[in-house]
Design a protein around this ligand. Structure first.
Ligand code: MG
Ligand code: MG
Ligand code: MG
Length: 335
């Protein structure tokens, strides 16, 4: 069978099926946003890696090198944010052709170093290798989290409210604009949508607030798409999740681009990946306080968009109380 037939998540399962259990120091292995490792002295390390591959995650003409380096950092920071942690150290792996412009690469690493520094983390090593064509960048990020602040995908309970930070659809709208130059939308919405796609910002401060809050029970970052990531959360927690389509916060730029391209903005918000917002569940008794805390201590808006019920991984999207049929499979690297 080929990777494209199996699909990303089935592939991960097939590749990790025989992996040995790492023992008591592995608090959380494959299957969350980051692995959680006991480092002694009551400390938990968070480890994660993510990539930016030319012609898969970026096109050279569409993103500046500094933006690319920054983006590589943010997609990794987002996984640490989703666990409630703080980023500390990073390793970068670069594979590039022999004729790759070194000035361009230096600018990529300028962007990378600046983004790490702004997040309180440092580049401490890495590797370089030659690739026949195109450039592949990987970042391995190490963070830490206090045990009582650790947020996992698996903590959602029936009765919890489902919430999301920010407003959705912007990055998908930006990608649409890059893919189809004929879409005519007003300049400010265009600029904002492209910004959301090219310059994502991980919700680190919000992750820290969520980790501290007693009522926050589970969390994932929205990288595959709202519905797809809700499925990951529901499956990890062994619950069902319903999303109220009317409550999903739409980015203004997403509505503008959807209008200009004849699409349903909800499609962008439910199915678009690379949002790097946080999707979390909260004890209803603590929800109001938590949303206030996010605003006050992380300058982050969050919205209640659904609820958790008993189940086994089902996700439904309801519009006016009725299930909505919408193509929102999220992003699968091999599907
Ligand atoms: Mg993630
Ligand atoms: Mg990933
Ligand atoms: Mg990731």
């Amino acid at each position: 069978m080929k990777t494209g037939e199996l699909g990303e998540f089935e592939l991960i399962e097939a590749l990790t099926r025989g992996v040995a259990d790492g023992g008591p120091d592995v608090v959380c292995g494959v299957g969350d946003d980051a692995a959680v490792l006991r480092a002694g002295g009551g400390r938990l390390l968070l480890t994660t890696c993510d990539a930016q591959i030319e012609d898969v995650h970026f096109a050279r003409g569409a993103i500046s090198p500094e933006q690319l380096g920054r983006r590589l950092v943010q997609v990794n920071l987002s996984d640490v944010a989703a666990m409630g942690g703080k980023p500390r150290f990073a390793l970068a792996s670069l594979a590039a052709p022999a004729d790759c412009d070194t000035g361009w690469l230096e600018r990529v690493f300028d962007g990378l170093a600046a983004a790490l520094e702004a997040a309180g983390a440092t580049l401490v090593g890495g590797n370089t290798a030659r690739l026949p064509e195109r450039t592949a960048l990987h970042l391995f990020l190490i963070g830490e989290v206090e045990e009582q602040r650790l947020l996992r995908r698996s903590g959602a309970r029936p009765g919890d409210l489902l919430c999301v930070t920010g407003a959705l659809g912007g990055p998908a709208a930006g990608l649409l604009l890059l893919e189809d130059e004929s879409i005519a939308c007003e300049p400010r919405a265009r600029e904002r949508a492209l910004e959301r796609h090219l310059r994502p910002t991980a919700r680190l401060a919000a992750g820290r607030v969520l980790g501290k809050a007693a009522g926050a029970r589970s969390c994932i970052d929205v990288s595959d798409g709202l519905v797809a990531d809700a499925r990951h959360l529901a499956a990890s927690s062994g619950v069902a999740i319903s999303i109220d389509a009317g409550a999903v916060p739409l980015a203004e730029c997403a509505s503008a681009v959807a209008l200009a391209s004849g699409r349903d903005p909800l499609e962008l918000a439910l199915g678009g990946g690379e949002e790097y917002e946080l999707l979390f569940t909260v004890d209803p008794a603590a929800a109001e306080q938590l949303l206030d805390d996010l605003l006050e201590h992380a300058a982050t808006n969050a919205t209640v968009i659904g609820a958790v019920a008993p189940g086994s991984g089902e996700v439904t999207v309801l519009r006016d109380g009725r299930p909505l049929a919408i193509r929102a499979d999220g992003f699968d690297h091999f599907g």
